[in-house]
Design a protein around this ligand. Sequence first.
Ligand code: HMG
Ligand code: MG
Length: 299
Amino acid sequence: GLPARVRIYEVGARDGLQNEQAAVPTPVKAEFIRRLADSGLTTIEATSFVHPKWVPQLADAEELFPLVSSLPGVALPVLVPNRRGLERALALGAEHVAVFASATESFAKANLNRTVDESLAVFEPVVRHAKDAGVHVRGYVSMCFGDPWEGAVPLHQVARVCTALRDMGCDELSLGDTIGVATPGHVLELLHLLNEVGVPTNVIGVHFHDTYGQALANTLAALQHGVTTVDASAGGLGGCPYAKSATGNLATEDLVWMLHGLGIETGVDLGRLTATSGWMAERLGRPSPSRTVRALSHK
Ligand code: HMG
Ligand code: MG
């Protein structure tokens, strides 16, 4: 069966904007996040405390976070790649952080300048300190279904990294299809394997980029397996600057259209959300790739 309610984990302000060539002014980012919250989204990934040279688009994290951190009833997770990132986030009162691992060596090197095991060793004290500080920790795993350098990714490699993150104390995982190559059978195979190795479905979120137009189909498969946390980005913004074949995430509007059609609650007002993405598309100077945004904007 399908869940009665899905928690949408909105990544447009982080995964979306990290990949924009144009510099988006900090007040515009803050307004985007406020409008996302006004649309009914309650988990909005705000920014990343990564090295500003690695992701210049999010170099204003210190300025942005305080502008949005007191939105009532909204969790604002931020990415932290290491101790330095966690310290920066904690100094601003962040209550939700995310570390981000890779299932492949090539992407661990490209994205974190470390091997998979070196990056896990960096995360271990980060997760421990975050938990000691009472902070909720998500562990992303990138390249769960395919890697631009290595091709198909063996499932056991993904399971190993997921298990390591769980053992460290991550409260939830997010399975990243960073380059959008997954198909529904592949998703189910991974979910089954994760259950077999002791990772329960209720700690698993899914993070599909929509490169091959499979994100919604993959999401439906995951929902049928019992997953209730789905990552999406308003207007379909997104990508990863360190994985060239990555395009935008599953558009939140496309997701909401499907979920509401299935009678699944999200708390999101689709009209307001579409207006927000339309507003952001104007700021970015290009139309949203979301089919739902386009359909509803032409009404
Ligand atoms: P590095 O160059 O190996 O860093 O980068 P280092 O540890 O050698 O440190 C070098 C210098 O950087 C030091 O300064 C540090 O203090 C400083 P120095 O002592 O030389 O003056 N430094 C920092 N400064 C500010 N904030 C920090 C920080 N860390 C070190 N946090 C590092 C390693 C991890 C920092 C770098 O590789 C990095 O920032 N990577 C982030 C890449 C990134 O953000 N990628 C996109 C997000 S992941 C994604 O999009 C995928 C996802 O959506 C899921 C999916 O789709 O699959 C989540
Ligand atoms: Mg991503």
